[in-house]
Design a protein around this ligand. Structure first.
Ligand SMILES: N[C@@H](CCC(=O)N[C@@H](CS)C(=O)NCC(=O)O)C(=O)O
Length: 218
């Protein structure tokens, strides 16, 4: 059994969509701060973070690694990305950008107290907002010219990009980036994305053609 550990609304969303696209049975482990500190969870990801995947005896953490693991384990699936292809280079590039730049551009705005002391928070957030806007402008400009992140078809990269770009709304910035807003609207219509959204919020009665089999019991 494959079990993907998540926090609803967080960055493992792309891997949920990938599992939906694979049509193989999988469970979701809904984690809390308490669960992420348990020996059971730390044995899966010693960093105490999501995404984390347990697939039989194989343990994978870091979203980029999970996504590429799923792609490589399923070379004949619709999410396959051929090795030594331009698509593969683009996938590495964007997944790396999402992890190293996009994801971390949001964190200081959402959790400023992790970075600076109370009296510096307002100034810090102003500066971090400028940085985030630069990053979003770059992605928005790309999406203005390209429907998909990789080539001419939907891929795990769109799923992962969606999972993080949706935070633009929470940051109150979505209206300023029309191409990102259009991308998010398009992704919202995809059945696998709808299924993953519902699984995140434990609304599993009306999943369509899903291979989700239930929640992992901790
Ligand atoms: N570089 C990691 C980032 C993982 C990460 O920061 N996950 C966050 C959710 S978006 C998390 O688990 N936060 C919970 C915590 O820090 O307690 C990846 O891409 O997998």
């Amino acid at each position: 059994m494959q079990t993907l550990y998540i926090i609803p609304g967080a960055c493992a969303f792309g891997s949920m969509v990938a599992l939906e696209w694979l049509h193989k049975p999988y469970q979701i482990g809904l984690t809390t701060p308490e669960i992420r500190k348990t020996p059971e969870f730390l044995a899966i990801n010693p960093l105490g973070k999501v995404g984390a995947l347990k697939d039989g005896d194989t343990l994978v953490y870091e979203n980029l690694a999970i996504l590429m693991y799923l792609v490589d384990k399923n070379p004949d699936s619709e999410i396959a990305i051929p090795v030594n292809s331009t698509s593969r280079i683009e996938a590495y590039k964007w997944l790396s950008y999402f992890s190293s730049t996009l994801h971390v551009a949001f964190s200081p705005l959402f959790y400023p107290e992790r970075f600076v002391s109370e009296n510096m928070i307002d100034d810090f957030k102003q500066k971090m907002l400028i940085r985030l806007r630069d990053v979003l402008a770059y992605v928005d400009s790309y999406l203005g010219k390209n429907k998909y992140f990789v080539g001419s078809k939907l891929s795990i990269v769109d799923a992962q990009g969606y999972g993080i770009l949706r935070w633009s709304e929470r940051a109150g910035l979505l209206n300023d980036y029309q191409n990102i807003a259009n991308f998010i609207a398009r992704m919202n219509e995809i059945p696998a994305v709808k299924n993953a959204q519902n699984i995140e919020i434990q609304k599993t009665d009306n999943l369509v053609n899903s291979s989700f089999v239930g929640y992992h019991k901790f």
